[in-house]
Design a protein around this ligand. Sequence first.
Ligand code: ZN
Length: 126
Amino acid sequence: MAATIAPAQYGMEAPPPYQPTNQPIVHTTYTQAQPVAMQPVMTSTNTVVVQSAGRLGKGPSNILCNNCHQNVVTRTTRSLKGEAWLLALVLCCLGGILCVWIPFVMDSMYETTHHCPSCNTFQGTT
Ligand SMILES: [Zn+2]
């Protein structure tokens, strides 16, 4: 009974209007989901980077240690970057031996390493 009725309706009207109607609905739903998912991820990533970079300065900084959870002033160590030696070599080749001292007095050629004074954990480099 049912098998006899179904082929008669399917061959007359059902297949042509049904297939074009389904495809646009699927595409519209997928296009709306992509921009909504990407925007919040980029905003939250930018906020985290700004907060962590602004905490540590060139000198001892007041921070909340992420290991021992105490409010401490960091113990700092100032050291020469590897780029200073490369710049000294370039200046020696271009300007002679008298220009070698220039990178060693530039403040930007030094980096400051921060450690927690309580638990001695590395906190960051500026
Ligand atoms: Zn600590």
